[in-house]
Design a protein. Sequence first.
Length: 278
Amino acid sequence: HCTLREKELKLPAFRAHSPLLKSRRFFVDILTLLSSHCQLCPAARHLAVYLLDHFLDRYHITTSKQLYAVAVSCLLLASKFEDREDHVPKLEQINSTRVLSGQNFTLTKKELLNTELLLLEAFSWNLCLPTPAHFLDYYLLASVSQKDQHCHSWPATCPHKTKECLKEYAHYFLEVTLQDHIFYKFPPSVVAAACVGAARICLQLSPYWTRDLQRISNYTLEHLSTCIEILLVAYDNVFKDAVAVKSQALAVVPSTAPAPTQVLFQPPAYPTLSQPAT
């Protein structure tokens, strides 16, 4: 953890200079789909997106095929560096996916090798680049305490079940951070800790940030408040979109009364994140 915290201080700033930023979400989705298809670990997925963002921030790409080659090569390099060898995507797998076949072109082995070398030279052959995914599991070790209190609307449960549920929420927020380059404003360790804090708020655990979490991360709630608020706004937007889609679906079904929906938590009017750790 200390080594990663030292390394994150040396990460280059993200300038958001690329004219291709408007296409960023599309290619992040492609990398996410490919990584899920190949069952890559979160660290490989997040490193792939990091490599893509920072390469595009510094170099100009002129053709669609070059852009696809760079995106796929970022995923290949990240999987080779972070994941098991048998999980590294094969060229046949990549070319057979709709991602490339839908564009009516395929990538050759030589094209991918050349692009991988170009990427390695651009990053000075250093792929040991911390992302939020590298910190999250460590912070999750202290994410639930026996002293945690639940709000009255949340059913009492054992710490083990609470921890499993919180882990799912934290990893959901981790994936949310891939969708917007705004999270490069924060050190990766802050983003990872904020994912845990946002998960605790969504599960309505009190206190929102414990002394154990403060000790293991070296962050107070005040350090994380801005990043947590961005995550919670994103979560609220997803929740509202889901409700709107359901309402639209029910509206086209005649004579159907909407069934009551069980909500595990109410989307809270979030309090000011200034609660001291207890």
